[in-house]
Design a protein around this ligand. Structure first.
Ligand code: SF4
Length: 727
């Protein structure tokens, strides 16, 4: 190591586990990444994305200068799809155009004709600044981000039942747990380092895992019990476990009496959910349901971990409520090794929500219709923020089509990969009058933008991420942004200053931030749960909120004494089938999800060398179904739903249940959301990504090649080049 080399401690930009990354750098070159053995989250291990996925920073396709369309669409004209007619612009010109067009649209149509997607990959400070721009300067609550598309059902259920939507405990609490239910979570691929701890707890600490999942995910190999339910049948399955716990008097009567409400009504409703009834609907044998209920209820410390397989349904809120009920019945909350633990997906999806990237919550989940809250934010921002409820992500995408939203700001998200029923989303985005995208790469959504603002990567900026355990961790700048890229919070502040002038609101809110620590300090003043987390403390500590003051050590687990809503509440439920189930014409249930080597819409990982480990889309199909297509492992097939088709390779595997197929959602050339249905959970507005009906037919290799905008061979020729000064 030369004297010019530095080691910069920062936080992984991919998943919500939040492993510490030590970037080994010389100048602006990262040579490699390590993590310390005593790190709280990684414990010396990194998955392939954290270890090797950082090279997207240097990918030749990265946008490093502001871009403006050579020809902007005329007002009222439909925006052509995927134009490629950019010209480089100065920052001044690009920022001026963004501020001018937003001001024109606000003055003509009102603030609610605009909307913003914040970003679960960006820092807390980036997200706080962006929601402040839209609330304090423009005056709309049309603010959301991808949490709506992943855990919205969990968030609403937890808010209803206990009054707090965050994970109550930590991933590493598994070491204090004797029985854990893990459901709707392909933990080994989506949260690999937490999965490593789960495996370790099973192998060396005698924890028992109950895996509840339609797919034979890797964690099944470590399970004491596997319940393989049909997709969309979680309510009867988990309610039947509640039925057994009540019938066999395995519940914690003292906990229910002291800390909950509505038990009697709930218990009556659960009488219908016998294990036999659940077996008929879910396909899980009644005796396995009884065994799971007894194991969890009789544990000393029982925990529940879940991911997107639970909330991403039209009854996603009810699904999550069934899990809350199990914890409340048994009193498995408020201690180490217990709890209600929705594993958050992206690196900062927890933090973006905390920072106020939500349509009815200001920062810190403070209600936008509470006059005291509105006054508190007015006093700080100098301008009354909008009262009431804004549009959610999915409602905003619909509003593009109806013309209700005319100007859209997207920071780091890619709705044209993440929205359900993508054809509909493509048609809708064409109706916008003005679109600005701020990102590292021009992704599927960026191709529709009028202005593209190039942002800095995680390695080029300071700030904080909040991981799935509610742990606030530093992101540290290793070198200055490449090219003309700027940190997101800087870009947002510059847009805000210009827009304030154009809207005649100069001086109402503070925007002269010199460093993100000033933004964080402003956020701390407004959000009691993080008041005690200073940048100075984060030099040596990684605190889990709530941290109400500088003396507080943080809160490793929630609900020890009470719940935020006082008593936790049981909700009687009824079973409702999914909106679209397999039938004669579309005989397979499609479910979607992640693979280890890719991340979400692929904006980052498909520009990294890790892409070459999993470069191609596939559909998993059970060996008993393959002859019905017919197809073999590796054959090209066409998967079609009532909304569209994709061509990709078949992967014939026991991992898929008979009648259920799986497509990962990372691949634009075979986008899984071309197939998914835009039906929503009425309470949380989350789309039903986890089940729709599809058919599968043989396709030709030619059709497979044509489906790829760039053939695989061509992409291999364009392999990312890592500029490595150490080499
Ligand atoms: Fe990064 Fe998540 Fe992998 Fe840890 S587990 S290295 S946070 S992607």
């Amino acid at each position: 190591m030369s004297s010019n080399d530095q080691i910069i401690a920062t936080t992984c930009p991919f998943c919500g586990v939040g492993c510490r990354l030590d970037l080994h750098v010389r100048g602006n070159q990262i040579s490699h990444v390590t993590t310390p053995y005593d790190d709280l989250t990684s414990k010396g291990n990194l998955c392939v994305k954290g270890r090797y996925g950082w090279d997207f920073v240097y990918h030749p396709d990265r946008a490093l200068t502001p871009l403006i369309r050579k020809e902007l669409p005329k007002p009222g004209a439909r925006r052509p799809a995927r134009r490629d007619d950019w010209r480089a612009a100065s920052w001044d010109e690009a920022l001026e155009l963004v501020a001018t067009r937003f001001a024109e649209i606000v003055e003509k149509n009102g603030p609610d004709a605009t909307a913003v997607f914040c970003c679960a990959k960006a820092t807390n400070e980036d997200n706080y600044a962006l929601q402040k721009l839209f609330r304090a300067v423009i005056g709309t609550n049309n603010i959301d981000h991808c949490t709506r598309l992943c855990h919205a059902g969990s968030v609403v259920a937890l808010q209803m039942a206990v009054g707090s939507s965050a994970m109550s405990n930590s991933g590493s609490d598994i070491y204090d747990c004797d029985v854990a239910i893990i459901t709707g979570s392909n933990t080994a691929e989506s949260h690999p380092i937490i999965a490593l701890q789960f495996k370790d707890a099973v192998m060396r600490h005698h924890a028992k895992l109950i895996i509840v999942d339609p797919r034979r995910v890797e964690m099944v190999n470590f399970a004491a019990l596997w319940l393989q339910q049909k997709p969309g049948t979680d309510v009867p399955l988990f309610s039947a476990m509640a039925n057994v716990i009540i019938q066999e008097k395995l519940f914690n009567a003292e906990f229910i009496r002291a800390r909950t409400e509505n038990f009697e009504t709930f218990a009556k409703a659960m009488q219908d959910f016998t294990p036999e009834m659940a077996e008929r609907i879910s396909g899980v044998p009644a005796e396995k349901i009884i065994q799971a209920a007894r194991m969890y209820a009789s544990a000393k410390n029982g925990a529940i971990y879940w991911s997107l397989g639970i909330p991403e349904h039209t009854h996603g809120t009810e699904n999550a409520l069934t899990l809350v009920h199990l914890a409340l019945l048994t009193g498995h909350v408020g201690r180490r090794g217990t709890g209600l633990n929705p594993l958050r997906g992206q690196n900062n999806v927890q933090g973006a929500s905390d920072a106020g990237a939500m349509p009815w919550h200001y920062p810190g989940y403070q209600e936008s219709n509470d006059p005291r809250v509105v006054e508190k934010f007015r006093a700080k921002w100098g301008h009354t923020p909008p009262v009431g409820r804004g549009l959610t992500t999915t409602e905003i995408a619909d509003a593009w089509g109806t013309g209700a939203v005319k100007a859209q700001y997207i920071m780091g998200e890619n709705p044209l990969m993440s929205e359900p029923n993508l054809r509909h989303a493509h048609r809708a985005i064409e109706q916008l009058e003005f679109l600005v995208c701020q990102d590292v790469f021009i992704n599927e959504s960026g191709r529709y933008a009028d202005v593209f603002l190039p942002s800095a990567t995680f390695a080029e900026k300071d700030g904080t991420f909040t991981n799935t355990d509610r742990r606030v961790q530093r992101v540290r700048k290793a070198f200055e942004p490449l090219g003309q890229a700027r940190a997101d919070w800087e870009i947002v502040s510059q847009v805000a200053t210009r827009l304030e002038q154009k809207l005649g609101r100069t001086g109402t809110a503070y925007w002269a931030y010199k460093h993100p620590s000033e933004i964080w300090d402003e956020m701390r003043e407004l959000v009691p749960a993080i008041a005690g987390i200073s940048y100075a403390r984060l030099e040596t500590e990684r605190l889990q909120w709530p941290v109400p003051n500088l003396e507080s050590p943080g809160t490793p687990f929630l609900f020890a004494e009470t719940f935020p809503r006082g008593r936790a509440k049981f909700f009687p439920l009824v079973y409702q089938p999914s909106v679209e189930e397999p039938d004669e014409k579309y005989p397979y249930a499609l479910t979607t999800g992640r693979v280890l080597y890719q991340w979400h819409g692929g904006t980052l990982t498909r520009h990294s060398n890790v892409d070459f480990a999993a470069p191609e889309a596939f559909v998993e199909i059970n060996p008993s179904d393959a002859p019905r297509v017919p197809c073999q492992d590796g054959s090209p097939v066409r998967v079609s739903s009532r909304r569209g088709s994709v061509v990709l390779r078949a992967r014939v595997t026991e991992k898929a249940a008979p009648g259920v197929v799986f497509v990962p959602f990372h691949y634009a050339e075979a986008a899984a959301n071309t197939l998914t249905i835009d039906a929503f959970d009425p309470q949380s507005k989350i789309p039903e990504y986890k089940i729709c009906a599809v058919k599968i037919e043989p396709a030709t290799l030619r059709e497979l090649a044509e489906a790829m905008p760039l053939g695989l061979t061509q992409r291999l020729d364009q392999a990312p080049r890592v500029h490595n000064a150490f080499a």
